[in-house]
Design a binder for this molecule. Structure first.
Ligand SMILES: *Cc1c(COP(=O)(O)O)cnc(C)c1O
Length: 363
């Protein structure tokens, strides 16, 4: 039995007709940038999240960059973020000319260790960037408390957290501003690149709307140095189709996660904090013999991945910062132990059985 890590095709087969209709609608209109589909998607996603403003942009990375720029983060500023994330989180900070300041992770949630956060605050700190990694909500109450005490902004990296919830409130609505990615394999994925900045602050919203479109306030009137980063009409039309299924699909992911938790023997899973619900973008477990386990699963036709094998501080692109091995002991150790099991809304019961049997039979 071959089991892919994420089965995008199974989803496509379910929605094929709606996708075709959406694409044809755009083709009939022949309007491709900043049109009706984007306007409606922004409205629908805002309503889904329970937030006032959604600004569709070119990617999740761009969403982080434009969010940081709108907050006024630039050269001379520091931004505090976890050392275990996709590299785009910190690259966005570097890209706006600020310094990423890394914090080790909690050994159970794999998220930013809020107990170590405060020690990283300096006079230059401008913002905290929590990352809801694998879809698991960070402890936003503690983070906002620290941010308020020191007068810092909060920018959520919600690129993996579409539909995740803490205290009844969706992730992405906790920060001053937040970033989502619609990369194809995300829980809400386009058929190409896409992203969104979301905020309740009308001024930040206006800033991002300008920045994504050459700082243009009216046709050929440019009031700030912006860039070109827009969610195009085709992707917006596709995302509208997929948005309608997001809750159902997340529910299915949660059921699979529950099955893993109940039936896997003696396995350590990512912990989810109290009063939080993950969207299970990824289902991450730990193993002291991780690489052998990956081989074992592969031999049984099961694809798994590692998110992420190298902590950001040790990436070559950050070599000049002079971070050392041993500086972030928890994240460094976890990076050698974690693996992500197949996860997605369309995994079948017999596939789940095969994955669980294969894991439980591994000595
Ligand atoms: C996917 C992702 C990004 C970047 O999104 P892109 O759309 O690929 O640019 C940023 N942060 C995290 C945590 C992500 O998972």
């Amino acid at each position: 039995m071959d089991i892919s890590f994420i089965d995008l095709k199974a989803q496509y087969l379910e929605i094929k007709e709606e996708i075709t209709n959406a694409v044809e609608r755009v083709m009939a209109r022949q309007s491709f940038i900043l049109g009706e589909e984007l306007r409606l998607f922004e409205e629908e996603f805002a309503q889904y999240l329970g937030i006032n403003h959604v600004i569709g942009v070119g990617s999740g990375t761009d969403a982080l960059i434009l969010g940081l720029l709108a907050l006024g983060v630039g050269p001379g500023c520091e931004v505090i973020l976890p050392v275990n994330s996709f590299v785009a989180s910190s690259m966005a900070v570097s890209k706006v000319g600020a310094v990423p300041v890394f914090v080790d992770i909690d050994p159970d949630t794999y998220l930013i260790d809020t107990n170590q956060l405060e020690a990283k605050v300096t006079k230059r700190t401008k913002a905290i960037m929590p990352v809801h990694l694998y879809g698991a909500p960070c402890d936003m109450n503690s983070i906002k408390h620290i941010a308020q005490y020191y007068g810092l902004k909060t920018i959520e990296d919600a690129c993996q957290a579409h539909g995740s919830v803490l205290d009844g409130r969706k992730m992405g609505t906790w920060g001053d501003i937040s970033a989502f990615s619609f990369y194809p394999t995300k829980n809400l994925g386009a058929y190409g690149d896409g992203g969104a900045v979301v905020t309740n602050d009308p001024e930040l919203s206006t800033k991002v709307a300008l920045l994504r479109n050459y700082g243009e306030s009216q046709k050929y009137q440019h009031i700030s140095i912006g860039q070109n980063s827009r969610l195009d009409e085709l992707q917006a039309a596709i995302l509208r189709v997929k948005m309608a299924r997001l809750e159902t699909e997340n529910r299915s992911r949660r059921e699979h996660a529950q099955t893993y938790r109940e039936r896997l023997n003696g396995v350590k899973f990512q912990s989810i904090i109290d009063s939080a619900t993950s969207n299970y973008h990824l289902f991450v477990i730990e193993s002291s013999t991780r690489d052998n386990l990956i081989q074992h699963l592969k031999s049984r036709g099961i694809q798994v991945q590692v998110h992420y094998p190298t902590v950001i501080s040790l990436q070559k692109c950050y070599q000049e910062m002079g971070h050392k091995l041993g500086e972030f002991p928890v994240a460094e150790q976890v990076a050698h132990r974690i693996l992500s099991l197949p996860m997605g809304p369309y995994i079948k019961n017999d596939q789940m059985d095969h994955i669980i049997d294969s894991l439980n039979s591994f000595a």
